[in-house]
Design a protein. Structure first.
Length: 168
């Protein structure tokens, strides 16, 4: 699923999912409905879960990301979050929400490529809501050397124009 997904039967239409991320999960058979928007249990607005077929959710970002967060739901039991980086080893941690609980992760670099979320419930493989992420700034906001040269050139051109005007 991504920002173009159209599954109106479960409440996902184009634009429902934030652009820049894709959600995937293994479907054990062609008749399985793995993704589900569930509004039960008093959760306002529904949440994304794996109904009846516990399998991990894989979240893949289109570009590198600096941070992400989501509300975890207790229906999936303890959930293992495995974070993937462009450089270096994965990082895994377990969250055990007792109801609806926020989980967030921020890297000191813009190097997050995706994550997996796997619950241990007999019914739900994952359950989450309000997933968001922050794309990183290329080069941590430091301009390329060519940008400095272009800015210096523009500045010198401006000074040359001012000098000509003063002589006239």
């Amino acid at each position: 699923m991504n920002s173009f997904t159209n599954l109106p039967g479960i409440g996902i239409t184009p634009g429902t999912i934030k652009a820049g991320v894709t959600y995937t999960a293994a479907v054990p058979n062609p008749n399985a409905n793995f993704f589900n928007i569930d509004a039960g249990g008093g959760y306002v607005g529904g949440f994304l879960d794996s109904l009846f077929v516990p399998r991990p959710l894989t979240v893949t970002f289109v570009g590198l990301v600096g941070a992400f967060g989501f509300d975890a739901n207790s229906l999936a039991g303890a959930q293992v979050v495995t974070i993937h980086f462009s450089d270096g080893a994965d990082f895994a941690t377990t969250i055990s929400p007792t109801s609806l609980q926020f989980f967030g992760f921020a890297s000191n670099r813009t190097d997050i490529t995706g994550l997996n979320l796997a619950g241990n419930s007999g019914v739900y493989g994952f359950a989450l809501d309000n997933f968001t992420f922050t794309p990183g700034v290329v080069n941590n906001g430091v301009p390329e050397p060519g940008t400095y040269a272009a800015l210096a050139g523009i500045g010198l051109t401006g000074l040359g124009i001012l000098r000509r005007r003063r002589r006239s």
